[in-house]
Ligand binder design. Sequence first.
Ligand SMILES: [Zn+2]
Ligand SMILES: [Zn+2]
Length: 448
Amino acid sequence: MKDLESKEKCTFYEPIKRNKMDFFRQELDFGDPKQKVLKEDCQLFSTLFISCQSRECDLQEFFRHENQSFPAALSDSGKLHTCQKSQLAAIFEDLVTLPDTEPKADGIIIDGSALINSLPPRTSKTFDEYAALDVLPTIQVYSSKYKRTDILFDVYRKASLKAETRLRRGLGARCRVTDNGKVPRNWRSFLRENDNKTELFNFLADKIVRMHTPNTVIVTKEEDTELGLEKLWIAFGQGRNLRWIPIHELSLSVGPEKTRGILFFHAFTGCDVVSAFREKGKKSAWQTWDVCTEASDVFMKLSKYPPTVEDGDLQVLEKFVITMYDRSSTAAGIDDARLDMFARKQKPYEAIPPTRAALIQHAKHAAYQAGCIWGQATVCQMETKSPADWGWTKQGDLWQIFWTVLPPIAQSCQQLTKCGCKTECSGRCKCYRFGLPCTALCNCKCAD
Ligand SMILES: [Zn+2]
Ligand SMILES: [Zn+2]
């Protein structure tokens, strides 16, 4: 497409029934100011699409590219597009019977970060008091109830892929954690700062280790624990919403394939470090898996360490995503599906799937998180793989998402040339030089 003459012939489409007015008639809800960029994105795409039709232009090539350097289906202005992760828990809860009372168990594993979040200082004035009055008594209770209590504290590194997600939550003020240090009034804001959390977790871990407890208490800082388990429950939610999800029953209910493929499924459909598909929540993805059972093999493969994303896997993932967006689609590839959904089915631009090129990067992101990270969760010494090989690039000490190897449409397509002529379009006019008629994209008067 860069060089039309070098091509024998392009695939031309009859101008598709969608016209300029359609785009302005569309009532899209962009009330949220954050959506403004997306709106502009959609309008630009629509305009490009129109210009593409008034000139001889390969629409199939056009749909192989994203509108921007990031895919609209997976990104919010170049940042991660997030979804409600807890939807997955809601799906699972429908598949099993939840007990009304707490199930009997020998051991408990506590997410230290969640515990501290739910335990703001009550009357404590200093961190020493906070440990003594709020945290240690809570752990005492667990330890008298369970034979073994594991407390897991996250460790926060700047170069972590989660850094972006955490950054979005906003930075709180830095506050030193010492015995006599005053506990901050705003607990949430204090916990937003990673350095505060790291210091607090280390501080508490030291106190917990020195505590006298009825049964075993194990504090873990970043290493993983491996347990041989007969039954596994996850306590989910807080207070009145607290419920116990029987994982052992759940895995029986969904079957071995989904159990083994769930890690990749979860990452691929959106988690803390991998984007979600715009307007496609966990629920529609889960329903897609029910009809697109051939995806199970790939999901299982990419949930294990070490994952490898091969061409065949990508074809399956393409099919899965196409099905998720349009059950009735017969398109062979996702780029054709984009064209079909946008042009013939008249879907708005933000409601069509990403390009194949963007999907490849997305699959790598998900395979990294699922296979390389979660897939090694029960391994004592994890083998580390660099995110650089899995669709991230390092800028400074932060990892940034790499979205696609293909340039945005406007950069790659000569047919999208526009001019800004004030007088006649001739001589130095770019459109004129390429032998292209002016379009609505031009600032000149020719197209009026
Ligand atoms: Zn011109
Ligand atoms: Zn022009």
